[in-house]
Design a protein around this ligand. Structure first.
Ligand code: GDP
Ligand code: ZN
Length: 307
């Protein structure tokens, strides 16, 4: 023990088989194995680290080492594959929900769905409305107002015109950021505007290529040049599945519905067709936005297969 090399702090950027690439806080890269004893203490049901994990390791050469400690995680994002849940990103400081004002059409219901996923993972969401050069920004102010009133941060950007790119760059500083959003909304373009050359490389995972063994299922953490931040390039992040969430939980995960949930007459109220429902009353007199309530109903009926 006395001649063991000192412990080095770092974060896992990539996992390939038994080898983990760790970026030390001083900027050096190491290929690290992980102590057997740590593997047996399973982390979230799996005995390994994932991109984003904070670790402490001992160097065994200039570029190899052994992971000795894994810090407790916050902000964990998982994906489901073949009925099993896999953690794909750890210590996600915030989730950027990227949408476009047009081309493809702005889909508030999709924003609501991603917001719910973020709340479920306990990751702070930030709503990005990109391609704002294609519309009159005033036309989406009412929608932006609804989210802002709930306490969500909303940022209108244009990768094309450079609008709010500096603000986005500031937002990414010192944070580990994950991205979600349909393809074509401009995720790669935004990242490329923030840091030229940086684009998300991995394509969207569709159900068709579940069987394709070449599909990357692990994520990578890509350090940003400026200010200690990093972004996840993660196949499963672009589309969330709302598995593992019971219908009764949904309203409590929506900040605008939440205050009314406990006022319902029945503790197991789903706020759909029950009488004396405090949520429905609040929709009726405008305290809850009607479109948000529609989203809620669709989430229960379509995504959670009620109905
Ligand atoms: P991703 O699939 O979400 O990564 O989207 P991309 O970054 O590949 O962008 C899809 C298309 O939208 C490309 O043709 C981009 O040039 C275009 N695009 C991206 N951002 C903007 C924007 O702010 N304004 C306009 N008008 N087009 C954009
Ligand atoms: Zn109710």
């Amino acid at each position: 023990e006395s001649n063991a090399s000192p412990l080095i702090d770092g974060r896992v950027t990539c996992v390939h088989g038994l080898v983990n690439t760790v970026l030390a806080d001083d900027g050096r890269h190491f290929e690290c194995a992980i102590r057997q004893v740590l593997k047996s203490v399973s982390i979230e049901g799996r005995g390994a680290v994932v991109a984003g994990d904070r670790v402490r390791f001992r160097s065994e050469s200039d570029d190899t080492g052994m992971i000795e400690f894994v810090a407790p995680r916050h902000g964990v994002i998982s994906r489901q594959s073949r009925g099993q849940q896999h953690v794909i990103a750890a210590n996600v400081d915030h989730l950027l929900i990227v949408t476009s004002a047009a081309e493809p059409t702005l889909k508030p219901a999709l924003i609501d769905r991603f917001l719910l996923s973020a709340e479920q993972c306990q990751v702070n969401p930030v709503i990005i409305i990109n391609k704002c050069d294609l519309i009159d920004p005033a036309s989406i102010q009412p929608l932006v107002g609804v989210y802002a009133a709930m306490g969500y941060r909303v940022l209108m950007t244009s990768a094309e015109a450079g609008t709010n790119i500096q603000y986005l760059r500031e937002l990414l500083k010192g944070k580990q950021t994950a991205f979600s959003g349909q393809s074509g909304v401009g995720k790669s373009s935004l990242l490329n505007a923030v840091q030229p050359g940086l684009g998300l490389a991995v394509s969207e995972v569709s159900s068709d290529n579940q069987k394709g063994r070449h599909t990357t299922t692990t994520s990578r953490l890509i350090p940003l040049a400026d200010g200690d931040g990093a972004v996840f390039d993660t196949p499963g992040i672009r589309q969330f599945q709302l598995w593992d969430i019971s219908p009764e939980e949904v309203a409590g995960l929506m900040p605008d519905l939440r205050p009314y949930v406990s006022r319902c007459r029945y503790s197991n109220c789903l706020h759909l067709s029950e009488d004396d429902c405090a949520v429905k009353d609040a929709v009726a007199d405008g305290r809850i936005d009607a479109r948000r309530y529609d989203s809620y109903c669709h989430l229960l009926e379509d995504d959670l297969l009620l109905g």
